[in-house]
Design a protein around this ligand. Sequence first.
Ligand code: ZN
Length: 239
Amino acid sequence: MNIGCHISIAGGIFNAPKNAIDLGCECFQIFSRSPQGGKAPELTPEVVKKFKAELKKYSLKNFYIHTPYYINFASVDNRIRYGSVSVVRDELERGNILGAKYVMTHLGTAKDLGRKVAIEKTIEMLKKTLDGYNGETKLILENSAGAGEIIGDDLSELAEIINGVDSPAIAGICLDTQHSFASGYDWRKFNVRAIHELPLLKKIDQEIGLETIKLFHANDTASPSAIPKKTVTPTSVKA
Ligand SMILES: [Zn+2]
């Protein structure tokens, strides 16, 4: 398993590999554009060449692109919903140009449509996002905190969406430990020596399949939203 963190692209995307190495990363994540919005910086052939040369120089094989924060595939606002489709597709295309392994995205909120319709809408919009896409960079979905009506706070919901979209362009999920903890997945008794005995992992395996987890976001947030709304407590842990 490789360990890395989020890396700034300040001054140019080609600065990211060195910044990652300076922090001791074996892999890294970036935003390829401002997460707040606005036009993405152009990936000119010179920029791409320089970025790839830096990756090679530091022997960094894998990096990942996180999509902006405003993605919402289940918004009733067409501008936001179709904007999400075009930005996620654009990030996949940009990831492909740069050689990213995965683009990861959150899905949005079900507060406009209600959970059932929001999931159907998300599947429909993800299909549009991936229509005709056959790049090397794959999409992975990230779970979010359950506060409010977030799509994908429950891993079985992410499984339902992945099955619904049914595209080889979706490789799996990024599991955010804090978001999952806030949604009732209790990691406090996590014991790597008892990995196959842990009811929590068995639950996750049943819900989505452990092989679907491509990345972990070991999230150290101090946000009050980290407090669990409901708790799934492992009933027995064997060492
Ligand atoms: Zn995320």
